[in-house]
Design a protein around this ligand. Structure first.
Ligand code: PLP
Length: 386
């Protein structure tokens, strides 16, 4: 048995690197030409495999990559990634030596954090690149930009001090939108606050090289928010909307991930049989039930029990009863000729938005869900490999 056969013997995620490249090209064309292209590959590239995706994006000509943690950045560096890497998450300052060693640019959202990084750098004789985060309304991390004049002056001074700390090079200033998908008024307010922070810093004599604000939906909806860099996450992986996928979009993005599962058994069960834990489904007719080797431990959320359908031979087959840790039952009564060994499509570009809706979540969470147990199989130049 080949490694590829082994990887596709149970449940796997097909990652179409050609689609990733297509999406990157499409998005690059939408971005203000003078702006840099940052590809977000945090969380194992949204579940798609960060090393392979980062390689493809580096080859494509992305300008920057972003991760959420320093270990994520180190993994990329150890696998031949030379692009600038921005760590978006705030990091324990004990990791400063690693930031320096692996040349990872760190987001900084408060003075204490900055001071601790600077102290390390001062003693080690090194320089760290940082991007200063401004909290303009997300209330997560960053220097909170206030509404009153005295407050603005004071926060600007605080940022200015950070920019001048020994060993820190403040290359960027950025913010993150809270409602880029559905509230133009608040989003524009957030953008104005970032630009105001920049202006106050310029007034103090500090100019940033890179000003950035927009993630996927922000780039699509607000050309004025492109500034010097767009941060592309979900759109790169093929979805224009976090909820509806590509339903209302004519961008032609191609979903990169398809999760598949190989049917382990096909069983004839009589009317009245009850399916799975909790006996939440009773067969109304004599039925043909296929058993799928995928469960919530693989990333098929249990909340989809009795509330989802997967594709077999192109037809949608309802999930019956509860999703178990490792197995799930579906109804294939109406699909002739289904056999053990046939492949079911669990998530693809069409199913992902339905799963998100039925699970009460967003596509971001679903693409991140396939677990360590699910091998990623890559398609590049039309050829499948592991
Ligand atoms: C995750 C993240 C992104 C990417 O978000 P998408 O909606 O997937 O494009 C961009 N910026 C920051 C700060 C993030 O944390």
């Amino acid at each position: 048995m080949t490694d590829l056969e082994l990887a596709t013997s149970r449940t796997w995620a097909e990652i179409d690197l050609d689609a990733l490249e297509h999406n990157a090209k499409t998005l690059r064309a939408l971005l203000n030409p003078s702006a840099k292209f940052l590809a977000v590959v945090k969380a194992n590239a949204y579940g798609h495999g960060s090393i392979e995706c980062a390689r493809k994006l580096q080859q494509f000509g992305a300008d920057w990559l972003a991760v959420a943690t320093i270990p994520e950045g180190i993994t990329l560096r150890q696998n031949g990634i030379t692009l600038p890497i921005l760590c978006l998450g705030q990091t324990d300052t004990n990791l400063a030596p690693l930031m320096a060693e692996y040349e990872i640019t760190q987001a900084v959202g408060d003075s204490q954090n900055a001071k601790a990084l600077s102290d390390y750098v001062a003693s080690a004789g090194k320089t760290l690149r940082i991007h200063i985060k401004v909290d303009t309304g997300m209330s997560r991390t960053g220097f909170y930009w206030p509404d009153d004049e005295a407050g603005k002056i004071s926060v600007a001074r605080e940022i200015y001090e950070v920019c001048n700390m020994t060993g820190l090079y403040a290359e960027g200033l950025f913010t993150h939108f809270a409602v880029a998908d559905d509230d133009p008024e608040f989003t524009r307010l957030q953008l104005r606050k970032l630009l105001e922070a920049e202006k106050y810093l310029a007034g103090l004599g500090y100019k940033f090289e890179i000003l950035h604000s927009a993630a996927s939906v922000g780039v699509l909806n607000y050309p004025e928010a492109h500034l010097n860099m767009g941060r592309f996450g979900l759109v790169l992986y093929g979805y224009a909307s976090t909820e509806t996928g590509n339903e209302d979009s004519d961008l032609g993005l191609q979903p990169v991930m398809t999760v598949k599962s190989r049917i382990t058994a096909v069983r004839n069960l009589p009317a009245g049989a009850t399916i799975s834990y909790g006996r939440t489904h009773t067969l109304k007719r004599d039925s043909v039930i296929a058993v799928l080797p995928i469960g919530y431990a693989d990333g098929l959320h249990r909340v989809l029990s009795n509330n989802y359908g997967v594709k077999v031979h192109g037809a949608v087959c309802p999930v019956l009863g509860r999703v178990c840790m490792d197995m799930t039952m579906i109804d294939v009564t109406d699909i002739p000729g289904v056999m053990a060994g046939d492949v079911a499509t669990i998530f693809d570009g069409e199913l992902m938005p339905i799963a998100a809706k039925n699970a009460g979540t967003i596509i971001h969470e679903l693409v991140c869900a396939p677990s360590m147990r699910v091998p990623r199989v890559y398609v590049e130049n039309g050829i499948m490999r592991i």
